[in-house]
Design a protein around this ligand. Sequence first.
Ligand code: URA
Length: 238
Amino acid sequence: MSPRAELLEIVSQLKNLLISYPQIGLEVPGLSRQSVTDTNPGDTSPGDLISLRALIGDCKRCKLSEGRTKLVFGEGAAGARLVFVGEGPGAEEDAAGRPFVGEAGKLLTKIIESGMGLKREDVYICNVVKCRPPKNRDPEGEEIQTCLPFLRQQLGIIKPEVICTLGRIAAQSLLGREFKITQERGNWFSYLGTPLMATFHPAYILRNPSEERQLKRAVWEDVQKIMRKLGLKVRKNE
Ligand code: URA
């Protein structure tokens, strides 16, 4: 990516970030309709994941709350060097309140543990939307915009060295633009200065058994790039 394109992407993401702050009750001095002195001095950004989870509470901010069993906040190491971002919980995740525990989750865990040689608990795993969309449909724009500030906050707290987005929706949401997953995956992007690798969603691999080999190979290539960026030893013949 050229320095100019990178700068434009950062400016666009920063704009989206600042616009989204009031939705979670934060005031951005100079962007708020209220003056700085009008704001509640107690309005501060949650400094840790537990406070952020508490702030989300029994969320009813969008209609996805109507159909959910459990809100799926995310899990893993608060100081993770690598964060995986999926789209939204599926049926198993909705029932368990944990991200990526169904079939796609098993594949993701295999990538992390057998492929990367890490433990699942060493990374952080979360989603763009925290509640299951009905019948696993794509989350709608309004649902994404309502929930995205929480993902941004998670990333701001964890401060990972690398973000790996799984599938089109996650890449699109964090980059703030349309994203063509088959054309653009495997490249480095920047999320507010943090290197972001976009790869296929494991569920996409499972839904396309006839292309499984090529898709797995592509994901493995992308994962190897992440490992090199993190200084992890890449084992041959995976
Ligand atoms: N698919 C996702 O995008 N996220 C999950 O947590 C599970 C499946």
